[in-house]
Design a binder for this molecule. Structure first.
Ligand code: HEM
Length: 125
């Protein structure tokens, strides 16, 4: 059974908190701000809430394909994924009870790993 604290409000808090931090990050901020125009941020945050809702609560709210936009980002590598996961871990541990933070991290690490593999495969490594 899912922890009671894991609901749409918690997901929204994590998503908004995380992207507030990531946009200020020296390594990842320029990538996100380069790909997403200021007026498009509300749409992106809504999509990310839908993604996490579908992933953790199985609501089916996200029907997109998460991989393609990442394959299109040039030079995405290990250091970017490490930083992304470090910031995400800090966010979920600040905002969620430990069992909810663990669910977010488990899924984030799986997705990050699948993206890394897909990027390497795509480059013919
Ligand atoms: C979309 C960057 C890791 C999930 C995006 C976009 C950027 C981005 C710039 C917006 C693309 C666009 O709209 O043009 C990155 C970077 C990452 C990273 C730099 C780390 C190296 C992750 C991870 C996850 C994730 C680990 C999942 C746990 C998503 C999803 C979208 C997205 C669901 C929306 C895709 C869609 O349009 O439906 N990412 N990302 N990303 N990202 Fe990431």
């Amino acid at each position: 059974p899912l922890p009671e604290a894991l609901d749409e409000a918690m997901i929204a808090a994590v998503v908004h908190g995380f992207y507030d931090e990531i946009r200020k990050d020296d390594l990842l901020g320029p990538i996100f701000n380069g790909a997403i125009a200021p007026q498009d941020w509300p749409h992106h945050l809504g999509k990310m809430c839908a993604f996490w809702s579908a992933t953790l609560l199985r609501t089916g709210r996200y029907e997109g394909r998460p991989l393609p936009p990442h394959l299109a980002l040039p030079g995405l590598g290990e250091e970017h994924f490490r930083r992304w996961l470090t910031l995400f871990r800090a966010t979920v541990h600040a905002l969620c009870p430990p069992e909810v933070a663990a669910l977010f991290m488990d899924r984030a690490m799986r997705v990050a790993h699948s993206f890394r593999l897909a990027i390497a495969f795509n480059r013919g490594e």
